[in-house]
Design a protein around this ligand. Structure first.
Ligand SMILES: [Fe+2]
Ligand SMILES: [Fe+2]
Length: 237
């Protein structure tokens, strides 16, 4: 995926959108982990979740501020075609569910998401070499993500000794399935749009043509019914 990442980060508009998307994902993830700190019965996990949530909320602020600075520097400009982002955010915390999830499942999910984020941010850090300020943000965040990746695994082995590997594999499979669903939904949306366009331009025109022809044949104004047994009304009752 490196050439696609390179393509995304090479353009100023796409870079800006990507940073603002990260800001949203990190902030939402931070709020969810804050909720996890509220509901966990484990005091050590509560403290760690709280620190984790503060980190993610700070990441969101860093991305948002950098995005805003780039937006100010860029000024108003028309959005280009293909300025969107074909790849999901680096973190994957947007798939997070808290309520009703036991800590072992949450830790496994967080471990997998943080590991993915660490590897993505390592690539992004190299791709923004021309922008030292954005690169510094990635370096800073990368250190936090590595810490998150490690503490979640350590805590998972503490609360689920012997079963931690199975939980991690299960989280990986679930993440993969969610990614597949997203891709499938995107492909279905493209196919749906193509099918509706085809119906609009190929199937509807003959009906429009018949309707116009029928309209031309119809005399203008009101036409009385030509039924043989029709008796004209004498009163409205
Ligand atoms: Fe983060
Ligand atoms: Fe993180």
């Amino acid at each position: 995926m490196r050439p696609v990442h390179r393509w995304v980060w090479a353009d100023a508009d796409r870079r800006l959108r990507k940073l603002l998307t990260f800001a949203k994902v990190e902030t939402d993830g931070g709020r969810d982990i804050l909720r996890a700190a509220e509901v966990t019965p484990d005091p050590l996990l509560r403290r760690l979740y709280l620190e984790h949530a503060i980190d993610e909320l700070r990441h969101g602020d860093l991305f948002r501020e950098r995005g805003a600075a780039l937006l100010r520097a860029r000024g108003p400009r028309r959005t280009r075609l293909f300025s969107g982002n074909p790849l999901p955010g680096g973190h994957g915390l947007d798939d997070l569910r808290i309520d009703g999830e036991p800590d072992h499942r949450l830790l496994a999910f967080l471990h997998v998401a943080e590991k993915a984020a660490a590897s993505r941010f390592t690539i992004y850090r190299e791709l923004v070499d021309d922008d030292p300020e954005t690169r510094a943000i990635f370096e800073h965040i990368l250190r936090d993500e590595v810490f998150h990746m490690n503490y979640t695994y350590t805590q998972l082995t503490r609360i689920a000794p012997g079963r931690h590997r199975r939980h991690v594999w299960h989280a990986r499979a679930k993440r993969l399935w969610n990614r597949y669903l997203r891709v499938a939904a995107a492909v279905a949306s493209v196919f749906g749009a193509a099918m509706l366009s085809a119906i609009y331009f190929i199937v509807l025109p003959p009906f429009a043509w018949f309707a116009r022809r029928a309209e031309r044949r119809d005399p203008p104004g009101w036409t009385p019914a030509r039924r043989a047994d029709a008796v004209p009304p004498r009163s409205q009752y």
